[in-house]
Design a protein around this ligand. Sequence first.
Ligand code: NDP
Ligand code: OXD
Length: 313
Amino acid sequence: MTILLAVTGWEPEAWLERFRALSGRREVRLAPDLGDPSAIHYACVWKPPAGLLATLPNLRAIFSLGAGVDHLTNDPALPDVPIVRIVDPDLTLRMTEYVVLHVLLHHRRMKLYEKQQSERVWREHADPAASEVRVGIMGMGVLGCAAADALKGLGFQVAGWSRTKKAVPGIELYAGENELPPFLARTDILVCLLPLTQDTRGILRYELFCGLARDGALGGPALINAGRGGLQIEADILRALDDGTLMGASLDVFEQEPLPPESRLWPHPKVYVTPHNAAQSDPRALTKYVLAQIERFERGEPLENVIDRTRGY
Ligand code: NDP
Ligand code: OXD
């Protein structure tokens, strides 16, 4: 029951060390050194080369080492075995930290106060209370619900938007295309935690920004995207920032990563850029989760957090 690790974009050594330390007598191989591919039953992967998984004839399950799976679903030769994604408190809490931090940066107008500091200006502005500010979260899954809960605890008016209708105590819930306009119209700070699928690609575009609330306590809406870069049209974000449709943006993910040095987003005075680290996958925390899933599977119990391939997440 050999495990293959295939990791690109992150340092694979820490994963290999952790998997080898916790896997007991199970063999762990690191791609591209596959050895005999027929011995490999499980693949634990982050952005594996397209076509690699199709070369493993006895593969039983694929484990994404992140919460998102678009790095797999874009492989046209993806084998037809269950795909398990990460759902773990360590990753969830990291994302909650990022969302709370960036909501507060916009709510407390930190770009303005940073500018004042650089000019040695001592000036207070009337700051709205959190209870006057409406946060809207696109994607009310594991990460969206946890962030919503933390923001509600700080006193923000929180609403969420998802594909299907659900009930989350204390959160106003909208679902589907028909309820997107009323959700946007009541939103001052828009947080995007959607997965990248055929339905969500390019959803963060100029027309959507125009639908956000313009009567809010912050004087205009802000965008926070920690979902995926493919969800956003960067030319539209720049247009909206430049013409005042958006007051600010926090972007952790980009159409092209790393963000090219020539991108106007880097120096933009209204933008916070982070290098896709809103919620890092930490091998120290997450290896245990993957191995526990493999053990469940081998005991004949169902795998948890298996994605639905037709939905794409
Ligand atoms: P989940 O699968 O738990 O949640 C996804 C949510 O998006 C669900 O509420 C789902 O609706 C909603 N959704 C999906 N498609 C649509 C649609 N077409 N219209 C409206 N809502 C839709 O995922 P997680 O919360 O665990 O993760 C979300 C994403 O965050 C990941 O896919 C990944 O891209 C990103 N991520 C980014 C990280 C970073 O560091 N920047 C780190 C980790 C994750 P429903 O509830 O009805 O199914
Ligand atoms: C993830 C990510 O999907 O880090 O977990 O982007």
